[in-house]
Design a protein around this ligand. Structure first.
Ligand code: PDD
Length: 285
């Protein structure tokens, strides 16, 4: 028999079925909360300090007190991972403004944030999609103007991913004014015809991907040329290589965009190299 799934809710480690959140939770009513996702490989958290720093920043941007310092967060995450026996997969963390009678403005009396975490066992390293390469479709970016906040308001991304699912592909690349903003749950990259690694510069128009930052650092160390600029969709179609990054996908080769083969139609050498470099760095902690 497998051990029961244990989740974390407001200071307690509980069996999944016993973890309940009141219907007046502002996360449920207003998506008034933020989240983070860290990968686990070899039983250890990947890039976790950066994920916890972004969690702290997201909370600060929407005026929710961070209930834990980074050290306590990591202690809780590590315990949850151990209790669930996860050696490879994800830890999901969510903090909402808490429970109060429905009213749009922040509750005057103040509320205790709702803090929740769960794990998902998942193949991250030997992901077959990384061998074949992923296909993506472009969709309109329907989101708001503060995409740098990792908000739980993900309806636009849900709809984007559903379009991808209906097209039978792995990811949707969201597009605004003819350029790719990011993937529905990932950061978009191309390798240009000039063999330059291209990704969009950070701003409020996209999430500052933690995997993005690590990949750019590794690329710089490997003496690859990097340009942070917009990626027009027309250029993406003609790219030498393309890939996306996230805590769950790491570096995922893209072999087709909107039915057009990218490069040779298989994962490109630079993308493969960056995936290897990233995995190596993640393993070393
Ligand atoms: N998504 N852009 C968006 C819109 C995302 O949702 C994500 C991550 C990223 C990549 O960020 P990072 O490298 O820090 O994971 C970029 C997570 C994995 C999710 O929603 O499950």
């Amino acid at each position: 028999m497998t051990a029961p799934r244990i989740v974390y809710l407001n200071g307690e480690f509980l069996p999944f079925a016993e973890a309940r959140v009141p219907i007046m939770d502002r996360g449920f009513l207003f998506a008034d909360g933020i989240y983070e996702v860290s990968a686990v490989i070899d039983g250890r958290l990947v890039d976790n300090a950066a994920h916890l720093a972004r969690l702290d920043r997201s909370l600060g941007e929407i005026g929710i007190r961070n209930p834990h310092d980074a050290q306590s967060w990591e202690r809780l995450q590590t315990e949850l991972v151990a209790r669930n026996g996860v050696t490879e997969g994800l830890v999901y963390m969510q903090v909402t403004r808490g429970v109060a009678e429905r009213d749009f403005a922040f509750p005057k009396a103040g509320t205790e944030p709702t803090v929740m975490m769960f794990t998902q066992a998942k193949t991250v390293l030997a992901n077959p999609l990384a061998e074949t390469g992923a296909r993506v479709v472009t969709v309109e970016d329907l989101r708001w103007k503060r995409r740098d906040i990792k908000s739980v308001a993900l309806l636009a991304q849900v709809l984007a991913k559903q379009q991808a699912a209906e097209a039978g592909v792995a990811e949707a690349w969201m597009v605004e004014d003819g350029a790719v903003t990011e993937g529905s749950s990932s950061t978009a990259f191309i390798v240009s015809r000039e063999r330059v690694l291209v990704t969009r510069p950070l701003s409020t128009a996209l999430l500052p991907g933690i995997t993005r930052a690590s990949v750019l650092r590794l690329a710089a160390e490997a003496d690859l040329r990097i340009e942070e600029r917009l990626i027009p969709v027309a250029e993406a179609y003609e790219a030498q290589e393309a890939f996306y990054t996230s805590a769950s996908a790491f570096v995922m080769p893209v072999v087709e965009i909107d039915g057009r083969a990218i490069g040779e139609g298989r994962p490109g050498p630079l993308t493969r190299r960056l995936r290897e470099l990233y995995i190596e760095a993640a393993r070393q902690g």
